[in-house]
Design a protein around this ligand. Structure first.
Ligand code: ZN
Length: 376
């Protein structure tokens, strides 16, 4: 099976040579930003738009690492992310390099690009992650692991501008509000989220039929009464209130998390495998109401997204397998990254991850990654 997407070995090598050159220039004390900028321009001229060939090499499973492998492929196929990764400062000293997650990710990415094999072993990065208390040989939850990985990358970026860019690329900004039902006093708080955790059921425990329904349900305000009442600053006592969230800013790379796993004391963690279709294109202006959006017209005009990746889980809550379906930003074709194997697939194959309640072992989408149509 051919693992490469779009681009020849020759141009892959020029990317590596270019990286080396960028590093040498930076090490030589010249303006690193200038060198990187120049490198990026050269990359764009080499590949049409950006360094789009990366990631199309598989990653060997080194012991229940399918979840990690899937997430890494989603990171590496996102050129908006790899542009940031390529600008990191190389940590000084062998020991520092060994435990620096972004640096180890960059090395792995370069190893994948350099490789003439169909897959490479991610053991150095895995070893690095164990230094940060990530357990290997255990089944991970992709949503939790994504959060953990992302936080590790962000916290280890020594350049605050890069850390800022990473935040802007991935974080969703919302305004949480609480309205007193007695006096209408409203308390607001701005917060940031890395994923939108979307429900599979509505407040009346009915199945949600589509991703759009699930998004609407997530932004639907909730009545807090009885034991859930909150203290109103104005009434100076506990009152019934309305709690909700308004969307203020959406990132370039938007990660949606379908809450397919739930915990019950009696049965432990269970998986919901019923079908929840998701579209290839999402326009938040058509999904949410004016009241649910707290943003200006210019920002909202860009709230149009294309599906970029699906991290799918097959099996049961306690035991299963992850793989990633990713739409290449170079050739716009879908690929399935299943550990060491990478193959081109169709949209119909991706749709098979909608889920099926009669087939509990089947693949179900768990994380959906959407990409803004117009890059900022
Ligand atoms: Zn009040």
């Amino acid at each position: 099976m051919d693992q490469r997407i779009g681009c020849s070995e020759k141009s892959t090598k020029s990317v590596l040579a270019l990286n080396q050159k960028m590093r040498e220039e930076a090490d030589g004390g010249k303006s690193r930003e200038e060198a990187v900028e120049r490198g990026d321009q050269q990359l764009r001229s080499l590949h049409g738009m950006a360094d789009l060939n990366n990631g199309a090499v598989g990653l060997y499973n080194i012991g229940l690492s399918c979840c990690l492998n899937s997430l890494l492929q989603v990171f590496f196929m996102n050129t908006h992310f790899t542009v940031i990764l390529r600008r990191i400062r190389v940590p000084i000293g062998h020991a520092e390099q060994k435990k620096n997650v972004p640096y180890q990710m960059l090395l792995l990415l370069e190893q994948m690009q350099r490789s003439k094999q169909s897959a490479v072993h991610p053991q150095e990065l895995a070893r690095c992650l164990t230094m940060h208390n990530l357990k290997l040989f255990v089944q991970h939850d992709a949503a939790q692991l994504f959060l953990l990985l992302w936080n590790l990358i962000k916290s280890q970026l020594t350049d605050w501008q890069l850390a800022d860019r990473l935040s802007t690329l991935y974080t969703i900004q919302v305004q949480e509000y609480l309205v007193c039902q007695k006096c209408s006093f409203e308390t607001r708080r701005n917060s940031k989220m890395l994923t939108l955790p979307l429900p599979m059921f509505n407040a009346s425990s009915q199945r949600l039929k589509t991703l759009e329904d699930s998004l609407r349900c997530f932004f639907q305000p909730e009545q807090l009464t009885d034991n859930n009442m909150c203290v109103c600053e104005q009434c100076e006592r506990k009152t019934p209130c309305l709690q909700g969230m308004r969307l203020t800013c959406l990132p370039q790379t938007l990660t949606l998390h379908l809450k397919r796993f739930y915990f019950r004391n009696s049965t432990g963690t269970q998986k919901i495998s019923y079908s929840l279709p998701f579209p290839q294109s999402l326009d938040f202006n058509h999904i949410l109401t004016q009241e649910q959006c707290h943003s200006d017209a210019k920002e909202k005009a860009d709230w149009q997204y294309d599906l970029f990746a699906v991290v799918a889980h097959s099996g049961l809550a306690s035991f299963g397998h992850y793989c990633a379906y990713i739409r290449s930003l170079t050739d716009c074709k879908w690929y399935c990254f299943n550990d060491s194997s990478v193959c081109q697939v169709s949209w119909d194959d991706v749709k098979c991850t909608y889920g099926n309640s009669h087939f509990n072992w089947g693949e179900t989408a768990y994380l959906l990654v959407y990409m803004r149509k117009n890059p900022q």
